[in-house]
Write a protein that binds this ligand. Structure first.
Ligand code: ADP
Ligand code: MG
Length: 638
């Protein structure tokens, strides 16, 4: 079945808690006290003759005399707060969700964490952060040029994101009975229980204050608040034991750092509550996996929102800015959708994308009928202001006020729907560091801003350029049902990017048009692109290899002994193991590129067949002879 990986906020909890256990509600007391920012930093900065404004302009990093003063302030602050250790905190490539990676300086326990970049001796970027910083710079530079060409002077552009983080909380004791969760973060075996997510029994349940997850989530929120992460939203999600957190949105660089910190805090705090936090995109077969919706928008540095038609029109005094920006983004997605697909090609996303689980592996964007109609008219010469239509919803109850509905609902079957003032990249995986995702989005925006700016500077009008881009690229706008089995077929015919295999998408990273994009904007050199691709493929192979070895161990150490005890035929297990072992040998003998393709087949075909057989055995072996944690034990606690 195809389930939507949605994130509707759950209905209100019952007013009266059903427990006598006292809970400490997450409060804003001490908000940001463990982040070197604002009020918590003020006293120490003032002592150095500085103010909190000093930190707002990142150029301080380059001014050695100033940086020394700030360092002295940080040191005094940290020591006052009990720190005796410091850590340069960077974001390595292909790190798993369990390892923390880097915005602002923050403190936890006895250590201060100082966000850092990581380069090779040769100066080549080896981390997730440098390309992101370069891409933001390129987007701001080219966007400012575009605005100037259109007759508007702005102070630069920036990306804002808000990340909805989905995850599972499972009981620690059952976790320790699952070698696959410990080694791979996902179950490679496991029979589906009688009840899954059908009926939304977990999703729509009230916050259950008697069980461990709620206090755990409160503590995670509280610890996030202390380091200045506004992790404001919390709710249940579709699959049993699945939950979600979301912060208030902000600048992309800080948000990514904060997301990584929040994940790390969740991973650390859950065990205190007898739980484990799972960030894998697909820990359990048969129920939804987890995503990390990357809500994405652009604004001027002084805060005018480019994707809010009414606001940008008012602030610029020019209604043409909005359709021109939209033309840039539509053409960017159409030209570089393969890179968007590449950026979400994490091994875990194999099971969510590409005919496995929605959103589909077709990169398209949803604008809604209202805006699509407007842009189509604009493209065909009816140049006017976009005023989104709204409707009033009447609940039919005399004392309930009317609710104003926006022009469009969000389309949850689209990988990149417009959601009112922002796009939501819904296909992003839950365990990902979203730096590459945002590097690609900033790069494609920069590239198209540059194209329009160049052409306007050469004498064309902004409107004419936008019209020609729309004519060529409107095909990437798709407002229909992304789960419709006919859509990928049609999309391919229309010339959209349909890349089912994540491994194939990674291989497209080095296509000439893509290396040209990154190098011409000074985001990544061709060598850096190649190195990154190699890392991603090697990481994929390592992931699959671990999964296969783990499966073999589980068969040997658990499944076969259980079968023997129960007197059930286990001959299929032996055959399966030798087939998987020889498949791994073949991978080792191949190149990285071929090996990754072979691993994908091994994982999505062979391992699935083996698993199906074993899951059937689980159904007939008496429970007391089964030594692995079951889906029932892993997924039904709350
Ligand atoms: P959903 O309805 O998709 O579940 P949530 O409220 O869970 O929405 O999360 C939406 C996320 O999008 C939040 O992190 C929010 O701060 C962020 N967001 C809202 N507006 C913007 C915007 N203009 N730019 C970037 N992010 C935004
Ligand atoms: Mg949500």
């Amino acid at each position: 079945p195809v389930y939507e990986s949605s994130s509707v906020t759950q209905p209100a909890a019952p007013a009266v808690p059903t427990t006598t256990k006292s809970l400490t509600p997450a409060t804003l007391d001490g908000y940001g006290e463990n982040a070197f920012w604002g009020a918590s930093a003020e006293k120490y900065l003032v002592k150095q003759g500085l103010t909190t404004d000093t930190l707002r302009d990142p150029m301080w990093v380059k001014d050695m005399a100033l940086a020394d003063k700030i360092a002295a302030a940080v040191l005094e602050w940290a020591v006052d707060h009990g720190a005796n250790t410091f850590c340069h905190w960077f974001q390595p490539m292909c790190a798993t969700s369990r390892h923390g990676q880097t915005g602002q300086i923050w403190l936890r326990g006895d250590s201060i964490f100082i966000p850092a970049c990581f380069v090779a001796y040769t100066g080549k970027a080896l981390d997730e952060k440098i390309p992101l910083l370069r891409a933001e710079q390129a987007m701001s530079r080219e966007g400012t040029r575009l605005f100037k060409a259109l007759g508007h002077s702005i102070d630069g552009l920036l990306t804002n994101i808000g990340l909805e983080q989905e995850l599972f909380f499972i009981p620690s004791d059952a976790y320790y009975k699952r070698p696959d969760l410990q080694m791979c973060g996902r179950t490679v075996l496991g029979r589906s229980p009688a009840l899954g997510q059908e009926g939304s029994t977990h999703y729509m349940a009230p916050i259950n204050t008697t069980k461990s997850v709620f206090p755990c989530m409160q503590e995670i929120q509280q610890e996030c608040y202390k380091v200045g992460i506004p992790l404001k939203t919390r709710h249940r999600e579709v699959a049993p034991n699945q939950y979600e957190f979301a912060p208030m949105f902000g600048h992309v660089v800080g948000q990514i750092d904060q997301n990584l910190v929040a994940m790390q805090l969740a991973a650390e705090i859950a065990p205190k509550h007898g739980l484990r936090a799972l960030f894998h995109e697909k820990p359990f077969q048969g129920v939804n996996g987890s995503g990390k919706h990357n809500n994405w928008s652009l604004s001027t540095k002084c805060g005018a929102q480019l994707l809010n038609p009414e606001e940008i029109t008012k602030r610029m005094g020019d209604f043409k800015v909005f359709p021109i920006v939209m033309a840039a983004l539509i053409s960017g997605v159409d030209k570089y959708g393969d890179l968007m697909r590449m950026a979400i090609a994490s091994p875990g996303n194999d099971f969510r994308l590409g005919a496995m689980e929605a959103p589909p592996a077709v990169i398209s964007m949803y604008l809604g009928e209202d805006m699509t109609k407007y842009l189509t008219k604009f493209m065909n010469g009816e140049v006017m202001e976009y005023i989104p239509s709204t409707t009033d919803i009447d609940l039919g109850v005399s004392y309930c006020p009317k609710v104003t509905a926006p022009a469009e609902d969000r389309n949850r079957t689209s990988p990149f729907p417009y959601g009112g003032h922002r796009f939501e990249f819904r296909a992003v995986g839950s365990s990902q560091n979203v730096s590459m995702v945002n590097t690609v989005l900033a790069a494609l925006a920069a590239r198209q801003f540059k194209e329009i700016a160049d052409r306007v500077e050469a004498g064309e009008s902004g409107v004419a350029v936008a019209q020609s881009l729309l004519k060529k690229h409107m095909k990437s706008v798709f407002n229909g049902d992304g789960y419709d089995p006919g859509w990928p077929v049609k999309a391919r015919k229309d010339g959209l990017w349909v890349v089912e295999s994540g491994v194939d998408a990674i291989k497209m990273f080095t296509d000439a048009k893509n290396t040209e994009l990154f190098s011409s904007l000074q985001i990544l050199t061709p060598e850096e692109v190649t190195a990154r691709q190699e890392c991603m493929l090697a990481h994929y192979i390592l992931t699959v290899e671990t999964e296969v070895l783990c499966m073999i161990d589980m068969i040997k150490q658990h499944i076969i002994p259980s079968c023997k005890k129960a007197g059930v035929d286990d001959s299929a297990c032996t055959t399966a193991m030798s087939e998987m072992e020889s498949a791994l040998k073949a991978v080792h003998a191949a190149s990285t590129a071929d090996g990754a393709t072979m691993c994908r087949t091994l994982r999505l075909e062979k391992m699935r067949t083996v698993r199906a057989g074993i899951d059937e055995l689980e159904g007939i072996i008496p429970a007391e002879m089964w030594t692995l944690g079951t889906y029932k034990e892993l997924m039904f606690i709350d």
